[in-house]
Design a protein around this ligand. Structure first.
Ligand SMILES: [Zn+2]
Ligand SMILES: [Zn+2]
Length: 286
């Protein structure tokens, strides 16, 4: 197998790459090497995902419209649900990891709010979150730090039987901020060879809402305020508020589409992940 257009995967090498890793059998189109020397020097990075799986998910912010806020993302199969929470914070952009969250696998997704409707809570097939974050956990609760994505999505995963409904994976709901109640519907798309040891965004539509904007209705008002050609005083105040909360000030534009290339910068993800870990350390210090 060879290619004349691929660059050598060694970051410091600018030659073309023709050799492929024999272990992942060249299924990853981004991993070519010009020489065994470069392959050897890249191995300390490549081994983190060589031959491993990533899961592709479609994520939709329920209730969002014009446009519907969606993401398609590949997530390492060896990530825990705690790390998946970090990924979801990251890919929706402005989520700042400052509210509680929970993951729930459900027989089916209705229109009701999960946390406020106890009858729905009995329908939870598997619940993953931090112990102590929710008042009543279901019987099917597990600590999100101790369950990997592969525990539910691999054929021999130890919790897989819990989430199978009529031969399919049950829909997964990620609720963030029990006040504003942001509900993200997560659909498993497929398993594929990992192309990195980190999440990779494949598609992103619609700017993620700013924190504390009051749920979908509140978020729509923020967007209206920015779209208005002759904004009212209230709309001008709303713009100012959103700019401050976003932390981006004048650069903030909720009507702009997210930039997938920027989201996939390696260093950017690593910086955010470190910030989320720091949040967790502070939380558990009390
Ligand atoms: Zn090279
Ligand atoms: Zn490989």
């Amino acid at each position: 197998m060879s290619s004349t257009t691929q660059k050598c995967a060694d970051m410091l090498c600018h030659r073309n790459g023709v050799l492929k890793c024999s272990r992942c059998k060249g299924a990853d189109p981004e991993t070519f090497y010009c020489s065994p020397e470069c392959q050897k020097s890249d191995w300390r990075w490549h081994k983190k995902f060589c031959g491993k799986q990533a899961y592709v998910f479609d994520v939709e912010l329920l209730g969002s419209s014009n446009p519907k806020i969606t993401r398609k993302v590949a997530v390492p199969s060896w990530y825990t649900f705690k790390q998946f929470h970090f990924v979801l914070q990251y890919i929706f952009g402005p989520w700042q990891n400052c509210h509680l969250h929970t993951f729930s696998f459900l027989k089916e997704l209705g229109n009701q709010r999960i946390r406020s409707d106890f009858s729905i809570r009995k329908e939870i097939l598997l619940e993953l979150c931090h112990e102590g974050d929710v008042e009543y956990v279901s019987q099917n609760w597990f600590d999100e730090r101790e369950v990997k994505l592969s525990d539910v999505y691999e054929e021999d995963g130890r919790l897989r039987s819990k989430i199978m409904v009529n031969g399919n994976f049950a829909p997964l709901l990620y609720e963030y901020d029990f006040g504003d109640g942001w509900e993200h519907k997560i659909t498993f798309v497929k398993s594929e060879l990992a192309r990195a040891a980190r999440p990779l965004v494949k598609e992103a539509v619609g700017c993620g809402p700013v924190e504390d904007s009051g749920g979908i209705q509140g978020w729509n008002k923020v967007k209206e305020a920015f779209a208005a050609t002759q904004p009212t005083t209230e709309q001008l105040e709303r713009r100012q508020w959103a700019r401050e909360v976003s932390g981006l000030e004048e650069r903030y534009n909720p009507l702009a589409e997210p930039d997938v290339i920027v989201m996939n910068y390696e260093g950017r993800w690593e910086n955010h992940e470190e910030g989320y870990r720091e949040d967790e350390r502070r939380r558990t210090a009390f």
